[in-house]
Design a protein around this ligand. Structure first.
Ligand code: FAD
Length: 480
């Protein structure tokens, strides 16, 4: 009888009998893919071309039944397990070598309740899928800024976007989540049911089970919004970043700016003579009436000497996908993140030096201005933890060729290592991606909440079945 070579939870090689695998596959409503054919090749690929992994099995789940069977199968056969939502996590934890992938991407069902202002979405939905359905009713929940990202990984790790200062993180807007835990149980987590699990899935990552669907609170936003996207020459960076800081202190929470320090992309929408030149770009949406947004966003666009000003009124769904093209599938990506306690001149100077040293013209150092609704939530209220830092930086190394891997990875590491001294601690784990720092970064990011996360892990996943994530390790000594 032939066997399938697999990798166990602890990384050892082992074998599974053909009959066992066949029986598992026959029980699924979705497809079970094995290492042959184009469907497998497509399903193992991730957005980040840096990741090239070969799972033994990919369960393309069609519903909760498939997820429960897949979790049970992995646990019973001691299989290394990866969980895939939108497949956008930079570290590529959504696939593994030699183990089982629970692929949720076929599960995209979405139902809006316009009366209650809520939406339930299955975990394979992307931000674009969700916005498409909620915008029909002029409603939205806070998500990220690229429409191809998965709602699942993003929400489980927090989720920041254009609505964060007005309506909070994605995880702050969660009303409930359906979760398949490591022992194969199906639990609903909300303020009133399994409240400890509800606390954990709001920012604690995929540590406690596979979320099969999320229920979110909705807010009136759009369908038309005012969006600001303006580019200034790189030699104005200090002035522009400082102005944005003052702006968020004075202007309404409807605006959540993001500044990007890098080089002008060589694309038609920007004047050719500026292509490849240093720039600082400011992007922001007004999360309210578009006409008022034109007035409120004007100061960000009127600092003078712009390279390009693409600000305009547009449908919310268009604003939500404006940056999609900047992140093509299959390019190579290596990201890091750090919180910054104050954006003073020294911080800006260092940030500029690093941005200018980037080996790739597509790389940026991003400055996320925080505050408002997302920062009013106490650290202990959800697993996500402390939000007091006024600035979070994202260091994005984005490049095309394999031969440039080393230089780009080294750049991102050096930049974040240097910026670390300006941090009161903590990083945004959804951007941090690769965790070479091991537990240290994770403990630091969760702060006081880490202890409670370990207790939850001991309760819901004591053998660390769900380990390919921003992992909180259980205390059991036999666990690796
Ligand atoms: P996946 O790679 O599928 O999942 C990530 C991890 O989450 C998995 O490894 C798994 O551990 C866990 N997971 C996924 N689904 C489930 C589930 N259903 N149950 C349990 N665990 C699960 N973040 C922001 O906050 N704001 C942004 O604006 C933003 N922009 C981005 C733009 C781009 C181009 C990219 C690539 C990422 C961006 N991110 C942003 C980061 C993003 O939040 C994370 O990469 C997130 O992990 C993506 O979720 P996903 O479902 O697509 O990823």
């Amino acid at each position: 009888m032939p066997e399938l070579r697999i990798v166990t939870l602890t990384g050892a090689d082992a074998a599974l009998g053909e009959t066992v695998v066949e029986r598992f596959g026959l029980g699924l409503r979705g497809e079970l893919l094995r290492p042959d054919g184009t469907a497998y090749e497509e399903a193992r690929k991730l957005w980040n071309g840096l990741i090239d992994r070969h799972p033994a099995l990919i369960a393309r789940c069609a519903g909760v039944g498939d997820v429960i069977d897949s979790v049970n199968f992995a646990r019973e056969h001691d299989l290394l397990l990866a969980v895939r939502g939108g497949g956008h996590n930079v570290a590529g934890n959504a696939v593994c070598d030699g183990g089982l992938v629970i692929d949720l991407s076929p599960m995209k069902g979405i139902r809006v309740d316009p009366e209650r202002r809520s939406v339930r979405a299955e975990s394979g939905a992307t931000l674009g899928d969700l916005d498409r359905e909620t915008q029909v009713f002029g409603l939205a929940t806070p998500m990220g800024v690229v429409s191809e990202t998965g709602i699942a990984g993003l929400t489980l790790g927090g989720g920041i976007g254009w609505l964060r200062r007005k309506h909070g993180l994605s995880s702050d807007n969660l009303l409930s989540a359906d979760v398949v835990t490591a022992d194969g149980r199906f639990l609903t987590a909300s303020e009133t049911e399994n409240a400890d699990l509800f606390w954990g899935v709001r920012g604690g990552g995929g540590n406690f089970g596979v979320v099969t669907s999320f229920e979110y609170r909705l807010h009136p936003v759009g369908p038309e919004v005012m969006f600001c996207f303006v580019l200034y020459p790189g030699n104005r960076t200090k002035e522009v970043l400082s102005f944005c800081q003052q702006y968020v202190a004075e202007e309404p929470e409807e605006v959540s700016p993001l500044a990007m320090v890098g080089r002008v992309p060589p694309v038609e929408m920007f004047p050719e003579r500026w292509h490849g030149e240093p720039m600082v770009a400011v992007a922001a949406m007004y999360a309210g009436e578009a006409e008022k947004g034109e007035r409120v966003l004007r100061p960000l666009r009127e600092l003078g000497g712009t390279i390009a000003d693409l600000g305009a009124r547009m449908p919310y769904t268009v604003a939500q996908s404006l940056f999609d093209e900047d992140y093509p599938d299959g390019w190579r990506y290596y990201w890091k993140s750090h919180n910054i306690s104050a954006l003073n001149d020294e911080v800006i100077e260092r940030l500029l030096i690093h941005a200018e040293a980037a080996p790739s013209p597509h790389s940026t150092v991003d400055v996320w201005y925080q505050g408002g609704a997302m920062s009013r939530i106490e650290a202990s209220e959800s697993a996500f933890g402390d939000r007091s830092a006024p600035i979070w930086i994202g260091v994005e190394a984005n490049w095309e060729d394999t031969q440039d891997d080393e230089a780009n990875i080294a750049w991102a590491r050096e930049c974040v290592a240097d910026m670390r001294r300006f941090s009161g601690g903590g990083a945004y784990l959804n951007f941090a991606g690769f965790f070479e720092e091991g537990d240290r970064l994770i403990r630091e990011a969760f702060g006081e909440n880490h202890k409670r996360l370990v207790e939850l892990k001991n309760k819901y996943d004591p053998t660390n079945l769900f380990r390919l994530n921003q992992n909180t390790r259980p205390t059991a000594s036999e666990v690796h």
